[in-house]
Design a protein around this ligand. Sequence first.
Ligand code: AMP
Ligand code: MG
Length: 401
Amino acid sequence: MMISVDEALQIIERETPPLGSERVELAHALNRVIAEDIVADTDMPPFDRSQMDGYAVRASDTQNTPAKLTLIGESAAGRGFSGAISPGEAVRIMTGAPVPAGADAVQKIELTSETEDFVTIHEPTSEGRYIVPRAAEVQKGATVIARGELLSPISVAVPAAFGYANINVAKQPRVAILATGTEIVDISSKPNPDQIRNSNSLMLAALCSQAGAIPHILPTAGDDLAQLKQIIAEATQDCDILITTGGVSVGKYDLTKAALTELGAQLYFEKLRLKPGKPTVFAKLNKTFVFGLPGNPVSAAVTYYLFVRTAIRLMQSARETQLPAGHAILTGDVKAAPKRTTYLPATLATDAAGRLLATPLRWQGSSDFTTFAQTQALIIIPENTTIPSNTPAKIIHLPTP
Ligand code: AMP
Ligand code: MG
């Protein structure tokens, strides 16, 4: 039975379990999915903080300028002033330092002049000026990042600020990658006229790493049922996901499905109303989820993005399991295959009016990986429809490194 992409995703969502979490040093948590809410253990800022180098004062003392105030001390970042300011007094203060008790404003250094024991304020300041009040950014006890989010190079600063030297992150799915096909040879070999270098395995391993999984490339298998059965049986002993490429269509030597069936795997789907990627297989064997992707590199990449990436994210309990979707104006007509939702590779640009444009790639079909390599987005064309140039279409953005 042919099912839709949405139905396939529902099955994957229903079947794929979260793998649980582990505790790691924050330095090792980058690009991992956070498995606990990050809670502020202090107010931020933890004290009334000066935004300027200058003088902490009582604003009312500066209303008639020049105002000559008695300098009673200094508050530097990391070395605050312990006393309090009384009327007619000021404290020299640095950016990031705590505003002393009694002061309610700062005047910046450019508008002052200091002489021994005194500072003259040349322009009035107002209550609260140049002060970030305690807890203005974050209150102690607030959740600052929710579980399920990805720790990015920027957001890693947040758990760092709140003392998470160690952090619970989602376990990383272990993904075995098996290229199949008697014609497939290693990257380093010089192929005979009827052979093809294995470009899928490295691409899929890189895609899996990008989604937070730990990939492991297996030696290539030929189109041989007994060999396929043995390799698949072994591979599914100790990985969470097995990706195979090739051998899932209807040719005489397309044996992946037969191998899975004979091994007793549970097949969830094997045919989709999708282009490229009609013969994509999703199965389970020995607690391992198996994605049988088509061998054509473009089909393998598209079905990886739609399905395998989703499963990898689900296993990590990520909040976002789908690539970001959006809309773009098409710069050419596009047409879906009959009865198959079509994902068309495209490049993106912005026009002078700021509109996002999607240009379908001129490609030769599912095997044209060299052109596909420029893809920035996939245009989604619902089955049986044509979308004319200059109209908006739904797209999904492919991740950049
Ligand atoms: P299949 O899905 O086995 O019918 O393969 C479809 C096409 O993809 C064939 O032209 C294969 O040679 C090609 N192909 C299969 N596996 C790979 C691979 N690992 N790397 C590059 N091309 C492949
Ligand atoms: Mg083949």
